[in-house]
Design a protein around this ligand. Structure first.
Ligand code: 7RM
Length: 652
């Protein structure tokens, strides 16, 4: 057996955080659920977390690379997320504490309110021609009508695609054309940092390139004037249907009927429509939400601070929490508007008990300083979560101390748009956590790290993350592109899912995610992951954020270039540069010492907050920039390029 490794691992993190006895005593999970057999685990969760109109007859089928789950079962997602809670006497419970960005813009929406809203929206869609199977696009900001429209689609059995409200007209029309959408739901404008984003105008541009869209429903948010095309566009308040639940019963859907597409950008310009189906997705989202967040529906106030336009928002703002009957916070705006303590004020006012956010947000709060959180009483919090990128140990510890008051377990959850649900994560009350490690596969999930040639890498080794058996919320393919589906996920290894992430397993069998495999650097024959060098930099007390990329080098093959943001936005000196290089050498070894460092006030990020190292590579290589259409702020990379050129002389 070969034990060839494909990524060298250098960073050693030795801090350990065992669960407290108090947390463990009340936790939804115990270590026993890891012992449960895979089939009985999922069959039990399917019946405990979801109500079926007709029970399934076969748990799952696996004909690589396609899976089916809960075959023969019939269910409806809006029934599970809304009606059944009302039927069980919980209609007066708040589903969403919604907070708009403008001061005082608040709505508390109970499950009973939600039922009426969903029914009214579904009747509207129906009257405008939507039937079971009609594809609907939704292009909105974080307003209550966004989850309402999604649930209305699921009530009718109409598959949706939600396009994040920060995307351009081209992104929207591409997605609508790919899915064949006939109907678009949008809003007049969205609030963002005290100004407005003209969603309807952008939607108009998109519709001019998407002739299949015959109907557009416009929800009023800001109340400003927007153009309305006669015959095609309808104000929601003018066409709102009956809200009598009896007038619109939930459509019984097959477990394998398409629930939604979520487009995700790949290596080529054309985004992939990741397909999720009804039964498996709902069971996966609800079961993980229940165990990973230790949800107590009658006591918790849960807040996932992502945008509903991403998969995180679909699974952990809308479908998982509502299926579990949770009370959630939904916030429309940005974390620093009007002030940098907005999040902490929200947590204090609603008594939020569970917070789920991304490392990029945590690092922003670190950069702004702990004093903003310190102004508020955050003692209601009992559990914290992280998702989206590897979390640097320093950010993890900062989150633990400054937000969690050192009492809250942190769940670092690894998953993807494609996986639909969390796959690698601690279970709070059970798992001993380690800053920077997502720890263990969720019960019933079979993950491993493979070498280039497809051998399983043993403890300590780095390689490629794979999944060896299907899970209920697994993607059912790329919409309309079987060949690309097989090529992207199933061609590297036979019969196992290739996630495209580097990972290592340690002596305890815990997983450490190392970033996208395309970002791995090769210095003098050593394959080095970006996250380890970045974490060594962020470990320095003056560093807020860091991203590294490789450029070609005549001697070492590749050399590491680091892009660093200092706390408080300070400018870096030549002395600081040397200090940071030495810090990395001392932390993980001279091989990982950046050849040069560019100080920058911001890093280039996608709209969902992930660092775009591909563009930093272009900057490091002094090449023209590749595709920048998914950048949150396209000016950032130009600024970095100017600085990179100014600093080029400092390299040794
Ligand atoms: C949920 C989401 C997926 C990619 C994935 C990873 C990275 C996400 C973590 C993480 C390390 C984590 N879906 N990623 N979570 N890396 N630790 N806890 O983000 O489709 O937008 O992105 O995100 O590279 O492949 S996504």
């Amino acid at each position: 057996m070969t034990t060839e490794q494909t990524i060298d691992t250098l960073f050693l993190e030795e801090r350990r955080y065992p669960p407290s006895a108090e947390f463990a005593a009340q936790a939804n999970a115990t270590s026993a659920i890891y012992e449960e057999d895979f089939e009985s685990f999922w069959a039990r969760n399917a019946s405990e977390r979801v109500s079926w109109f007709e029970p399934f007859s076969t748990l799952y089928e696996w004909e690589p690379p396609y899976t089916k789950w809960f075959l023969g079962g019939k269910l409806n997602v809006s029934y599970n997320c809304v009606d059944r809670h009302v039927e069980h006497g919980r209609g007066a419970k708040v589903a969403f504490h919604w907070e708009g960005e403008p001061d005082g813009d608040l709505r508390a929406i109970t499950y009973e309110d939600l039922q009426h809203e969903v029914v009214a929206f579904a009747n509207t869609l129906k009257e405008l021609g939507v039937e079971k199977g009609t594809p609907v696009a939704i292009y909105m900001g974080m307003v209550p009508e966004l989850p309402i429209a999604m649930l209305a689609c699921t009530r009718l059995g109409a598959p949706h695609t939600v396009v994040f409200g920060g995307f351009s007209a081209d992104s929207l029309s591409d997605r609508m054309n790919d899915m064949g959408c006939e109907v678009l739901v949008t809003q007049d404008e969205a609030w963002r940092r005290g100004t407005t984003v003209p969603l309807k105008r952008i939607a108009d541009d998109a519709m001019s390139d998407a002739p299949g869209v015959k109907t557009c429903i416009v929800v009023r948010r800001t109340g400003n004037d927007v153009p309305m095309a006669e015959g095609r566009d309808h104000w929601y308040h003018d066409v709102r249907g009956s809200d009598d639940p009896a007038s619109c019963p939930p459509e019984p859907m097959d477990a394998e009927d398409l629930l939604f597409l979520m487009y995700t950008s790949g290596t080529t310009a054309k985004p992939k429509g990741i397909a999720h189906t009804t039964g498996g997705y709902l069971v996966g989202a609800a079961a993980t939400h229940y165990y990973v967040f230790d949800l107590k529906p009658d006591a918790d106030v849960y807040w996932c601070a992502a945008d509903v336009g991403w998969i995180t928002g679909h699974s952990y703002i809308v479908y998982g929490p509502l299926c579990n009957g949770a009370t959630s916070v939904m916030y429309e705006g940005t974390p620093d508007y009007p002030d940098k303590d907005r999040w902490w004020s929200i947590i204090e006012r609603y008594g939020v008990t569970i917070l789920y956010t991304a490392p990029t947000a945590i690092r922003s709060h670190m950069k702004w300083g702990p004093e903003h959180a310190a102004k508020h009483d955050l003692t209601s919090l009992r559990l914290l979560g992280s998702v989206g990128e590897p979390i640097n140990p320093e950010a993890w510890v900062w989150y633990h101390e400054n937000i969690g008051g050192e009492r809250c377990p942190i769940v670092d959850t690894w998953w993807q748009t494609e996986t639909g649900m969390i796959l690698i994560t601690p279970l709070p009350g059970v798992t001993t956590t380690k800053p920077g490690s997502a720890t263990q596969p969720f019960p019933g999930v079979d993950a491993a790290v493979f070498s280039e040639s497809g051998d399983e890498v043993g403890p300590g080794g780095g390689g490629y993350l794979v999944l060896k058996r299907p899970w209920p919320a697994m993607l059912r393919g790329i919409f309309g592109d079987d060949a690309r589906y097989r090529e992207t996920y199933w061609s590297k290894y036979d019969g196992v899912y290739f996630a495209g992430d580097g990972a290592r397993v340690d002596e305890d069998g815990d997983f450490w995610l190392l970033g996208r495999v395309d970002d791995v650097m090769n210095v003098s024959g050593h394959r080095i992951s970006t996250i380890e060098v970045e974490s060594a930099l962020v470990d320095h007390p003056e560093v807020a954020e860091a991203a590294v990329a490789a450029r070609n080098d005549a001697t070492t093959g590749q050399a590491i270039v680091a892009f660093v943001t200092l706390k408080g936005g300070a400018d870096g000196s030549v002395a600081k540069l040397e200090e940071l290089r030495n810090h990395v050498a001392q932390k993980i070894g001279p091989i990982a010492k950046p050849a040069n460092i560019v100080f920058t006030p911001e890093l280039p990020k996608t709209r969902s907050g992930k660092i775009m190292r591909r563009l930093l590579r272009d900057v490091a290589e002094n090449r023209p920039l590749g595709d920048t259409t998914t950048l949150a702020d396209p000016t950032v990379v130009e600024e970095i390029r100017d600085r990179g050129q100014a600093e080029a002389g400092k390299e040794d």
